[in-house]
Design a protein around this ligand. Structure first.
Ligand code: IDP
Length: 141
């Protein structure tokens, strides 16, 4: 299996509840290496641009507002099958549907305050990594 990179966000609800370490620990326990990481408060341009594919959805304004409601952690995760593995340990978008032991089941509060984002495919991973990181900010190990 090839080594992949994926992009991840610890969303504002989880940062606010002091869950950064708990969520990073899930990544590391699953064999994903944190190869880039930073905390930031998203601008409206960043939040709208990042979620541009959802622009026409009814929940878009609320999603953008929520993503700007407090600082987030953005990170690049690297490992075997990293994209699918991260989606698996995050669990379903709606925490009510997320399997026991997943990040969203264990930490999320609602479908918007769902604690984590993870890229869903190689093309979105590449786009999302480049949206937040320069190559010289990523430290493959
Ligand atoms: P994902 O985060 O599991 O990849 P997406 O479909 O890409 O899910 O949606 C992005 C984010 O938009 C979700 O994480 C969730 O917070 C929010 N979202 C998705 N669908 C709904 C909805 O039906 N109502 C409210 N918020 C939603």
């Amino acid at each position: 299996m090839a080594i992949e990179r994926t992009f991840s966000i610890v969303k504002p609800d989880a940062v606010a509840r002091n869950l950064v370490g708990a969520i990073y620990s899930r990544f590391e326990t699953a064999g994903l290496k944190i190869v880039a990481s930073k905390m930031l408060l998203l601008s409206s341009e960043q939040a709208e641009g990042f979620y541009g594919e959802h622009k026409e959805r009814p929940f878009f304004p609320h999603l953008v507002k929520f993503m700007m409601s407090g600082p987030v952690m953005v990170q690049v995760l690297e490992g075997e099958n990293a994209i699918a593995k991260n989606r698996e340990i995050m669990g379903a978008t709606n925490p009510a549907d997320a399997a026991a032991g997943t990040i969203r089941h264990d930490f999320a509060q609602s479908i918007d305050a769902n604690s984590a984002h993870g890229s869903d495919a190689p093309a979105s991973a590449a786009r999302e990594i480049a949206f937040f990181f320069n190559e010289n900010e990523i430290f493959s190990r």
